[in-house]
Design a protein around this ligand. Structure first.
Ligand code: A3P
Length: 323
């Protein structure tokens, strides 16, 4: 029998089991043994009851703002380094641990009736995210928004261009989406960020491996734009949230913005900033055709997956398939 220091033992262990190097956070309050070693002044009430997972450019900010109107819904505090979103489950922040994560949430006044949530729009297509979310928050409800993936890709490109991204400034949208694998790395990266989140079926399948469909709510992003009042009605029903709010009193179409905006207490429109609901020229025909081709197989598979799980087919998908 050999005696070694704990450090040496640790090194040996991770040599033997390299897969254990990645931590997996679980809810300490679910297991009795964890609870016993969990400090008395800590609480599991500061974990979200639901997550808005994206994908990016589908209307996630609008939904986030609309949810915050509800008195029983409490959003996360903003993160100073990740453009407001917490982005815990998808990247290196995960290694900062659950105490770090909980700091982003207020202590709820009433843990049963208050609904804490966070929105991180790139959770949807993050490889490890469904597994990690399920490990920590197995009962959480998941909300995602789907729009025509071609429009999503174009919106992402326009977003990067407006933010001064050099690649988006130097290459046309068509050049980006059709870039070959031999293209420079940054061009491929923009191509991938434009195209890959829109392969909805692949990402949704991953979520459905970990969560039953009754825990996942899919919003038709077209409806969120054209009739957010009806969408918010359905979201509240899905969450079983009380009191039920009539969003007719809080949202109003603003002709100047071209979108629904929040109605302030002074009866003024409070719209999202200039970066949301941008004006840009329509996509050119060749890109439309390319993307139609690119997403067709995935869209067919998506409609099958949605039907299998008894989801309503979004209007844009119905139209896409009938075309
Ligand atoms: P565009 O700016 O390309 O039109 P996200 O918040 O996920 O980044 O999504 C941004 C998109 O939300 C916008 O993309 C816009 O089309 C859409 N959107 C939906 N409802 C909106 C609203 N009420 N106000 C502004 N944008 C809205």
């Amino acid at each position: 029998l050999k005696q070694v220091t704990p450090l040496e033992m640790g090194i040996k262990y991770f040599e033997m089991y390299p897969e254990d190097k990645e931590p997996v956070w679980q809810d300490p309050c679910v297991y009795k043994r964890h609870m016993q070693i969990w400090s008395a002044n800590k609480s599991c009430d500061r974990l979200p009851k639901f997550l808005v997972v994206g994908p990016q450019k589908t209307g996630t900010t609008a939904l986030y703002k609309f949810l915050q109107i509800h008195p029983a819904i409490l959003a996360n505090y903003n993160s100073p380094d990740t453009f407001e979103e917490v982005q815990f489950f998808n990247g290196n922040n995960y290694h900062k641990g659950i105490d770090w994560y909980m700091e982003f949430f207020p202590v709820p006044g009433n843990a049963t009736s208050d609904f804490l949530f966070e929105k991180s729009a790139n959770y949807f297509d993050g490889e490890l995210v469904p597994y990690r979310v399920h490990s920590l928050l197995p009962k959480a409800k998941i909300i995602c928004i789907l729009i025509d993936p071609a429009k999503r890709a174009y919106s992402w490109y326009q977003h990067m261009k407006a933010r001064g991204d050099q690649i988006a400034g130097n290459y046309t949208f068509h050049e980006i989406i059709t870039a070959p694998d031999s293209a420079p790395r940054k061009v491929r990266e923009l191509r991938n960020r434009s195209l890959i989140p829109g392969i909805y079926v692949q990402h949704l399948q991953k979520w459905l491996e970990f969560f039953p469909s009754r825990q996942i709510f899919i919003i038709d992003g077209g409806r969120l734009k054209s009739n957010p009042v009806a969408v918010m009605h359905n979201v509240q029903r899905f969450l079983h949230i009380e009191p039920h709010y009539d969003y007719n009193d809080y949202l109003r179409f603003d002709p100047k913005k071209g979108f629904f905006c929040q109605v302030s207490s002074a009866n003024k429109s409070e719209c999202l900033g200039r970066g949301k609901g941008r004006h840009y020229p329509p996509m050119n025909e060749t890109s439309v055709e390319f993307l139609e081709q690119f997403y067709r197989k995935n869209n067919v598979a998506l409609s099958k997956l949605l039907s299998k799980h008894k989801y309503r087919i979004p209007d844009w998908l119905e139209k896409e398939l009938s075309d």
